[in-house]
Design a protein around this ligand. Structure first.
Ligand code: HEM
Length: 461
């Protein structure tokens, strides 16, 4: 029998509840809520009732066992103007059909082709760097993963088209992510200056993506890029995606796929710069496995410590730090009644730092991911890619990209953090450093520039 009362939680204001705390200091606020009030706690963002869930078994219930009782929450729906009915924002049978059509593009054999392209684009990117320069390593990672996404998704090289696309996307997203405190927004058809700019950016995006799709359709031979796979994907009944569906999926995959990986890499460099002894162990692995040449996908099984470093960085700085769901029907969770329409928050930030599951939780310890020790961590205490049917479709793509890029870049350069501007956590849709991560570039001792390395390493490009 379910309890009828609400889970415990902090007392909020009469009308706005905890809107202010959530808008201003959400990481600290949610951590506090979970540590003080237990595995299920509750608070209110204005009229929206939230249950914050912080136990691996209950997280599994929401994401996996009871997945069909929930849809994505209001936060995900906010991005529909740009993402349309793509994989991240769609629901039900439509989502399932699209997921099945997209899945072959993420099959192991296909990922292997992308691996070579990732390394080649990174080697090219490094040619713009010089030891002694100061750079924002987060912005660098974002430019690089954007180039990789456009190449692997659309088969596009660095062109003016690519820049126009990324500019329009950035504009649309910054307009959509207007601060949460602005609860009152005009509907998109009201011609406010904000909406006019947003609609213009979306129109520009549509033109560009439909142009990519048109180019893809006109190609005699299907390319190896993901858009080509989607263009030629057929459902069991023989039907294909329409241009409108392709547009939504292309936009979704580009967006979901590049910023998250850039953040993973940016935060990894940030923690590595503060842990020289861990960096030394990484360099030793690269020396032993790669001996100064860029990695290939065949090296991945032996870059074990590199992978553990990435996993540990994503534990402490999860790019997606919050997953939200909304109950479709009345159900129960951890002994509490969840009314239809209740919003459930699962926070990687909160759970990944819980001392019950991670000893010494604030310390960066890649060794905790050694297979013998990792076995002891409850499955849903660590969920950087979500779980269940809506688990990140790009999780293997992302892990491969992060490990390959870390090794390719790390063999050539080390980064020294600069004090100004400071690194400040800014939890938006993803966990962003507010002013980036400023670093000083140093050539790694004994590194030979890749120009001197034989070009044959790129055999799979
Ligand atoms: C380190 C990098 C990444 C992280 C941390 C990440 C994280 C996530 C998470 C947590 C979800 C589940 C959200 C939810 O359940 O509400 C998700 C979904 C998704 N991700 Fe990723 N992601 C990453 C990289 C990628 C890449 C590289 C791609 C594509 C190339 C991608 C495409 C998607 C898509 C399409 C979905 C929606 C899947 C569905 O609902 O069927 N992601 N991602």
């Amino acid at each position: 029998m379910s309890k009828t009362e609400l889970p415990p939680g902090p007392r909020g204001r009469f009308l706005t509840g905890h809107l202010r705390e959530f808008a201003d200091t959400r990481l600290e606020f949610m951590t506090d809520c979970a540590r003080t009030h237990g595995d299920i706690s509750t608070f209110r963002i204005a009229t929206i009732r939230i249950f914050l869930v912080n136990h691996p078994d209950l997280i599994e219930r929401v994401l996996v066992t009871d997945a069909r009782r929930y849809i994505k929450h209001f936060g995900a729906r906010m991005y529909k103007p740009v993402l349309g009915n793509g994989l991240v924002t769609s629901e039900g049978d439509f989502w399932l059909r699209q997921r099945r059509l997209a899945q072959p593009a993420f099959a192991r054999a296909r990922l292997n082709t992308y691996g070579g392209q990732m390394v080649e684009l990174t080697v090219r990117h490094l040619r713009q760097w010089q030891p002694g320069q100061q750079r924002n390593v987060m912005a660098e990672m974002s430019t690089l993963t954007s180039a990789i996404a456009l190449k692997t998704l659309f088969g596009l090289e660095a062109t003016a088209e690519r820049e126009a696309y990324t500019d329009a996307l950035r504009e649309a997203f910054s307009l959509l992510s207007a601060p949460l405190r602005r609860v009152l927004r005009w509907p998109r058809w009201v011609p406010t200056p904000h909406n006019r700019r947003l609609n213009q950016a979306i129109r520009r995006l549509d033109e560009l993506v439909l142009g990519f799709i048109d180019q893809g359709r006109r190609r005699a031979e299907p390319g190896t890029d993901l858009l080509s796979t989607l263009l030629h994907a057929q459902d069991e009944d023989g039907s294909r995606m329409t241009n409108a569906q392709l547009r939504d999926e292309a936009m979704t995959l580009y967006l979901a796929g590049h910023e998250t990986t850039a953040l993973t890499l940016g935060w990894t460099w940030y923690v590595l710069a503060q842990h020289p002894h861990i960096e030394e162990r990484l360099v030793a692995e690269w020396r032993q496995v790669l001996d100064g040449r860029p990695p290939t996908i065949e090296d991945l099984p032996r870059l074990r410590y590199t992978e553990q470093v990435v996993m540990e960085a994503m534990r402490l700085y999860p790019p997606v730090y919050l997953i939200g769901r909304e109950a479709l029907e009345e159900t129960d969770l951890g002994g509490y009644r969840v009314k239809r329409g209740t919003t459930i928050f699962l926070s990687q930030w909160v759970t990944h730092r819980d001392p019950r599951y991670f000893e010494d939780p604030l310390t960066f310890k890649p060794e905790r991911w050694e297979p013998e020790r990792a076995r002891l961590i409850p499955k849903y205490a660590y969920f950087p890619f979500g779980g269940g049917p809506r688990i990140c479709i790009g999780n293997h793509f992302a892990m491969m990209e992060a490990v390959l890029l870390l090794a390719t870049i790390g063999q050539q350069y080390r980064f020294q953090l600069l004090p100004d501007p400071p690194v400040i956590l800014w939890p938006l849709v993803t966990l962003v450093p507010m002013y980036g991560i400023p670093v000083h570039l140093e050539r790694r001792a004994g590194a030979r520039p890749y120009e001197e390395v034989p070009a044959s390493f790129c055999h799979s490009v």
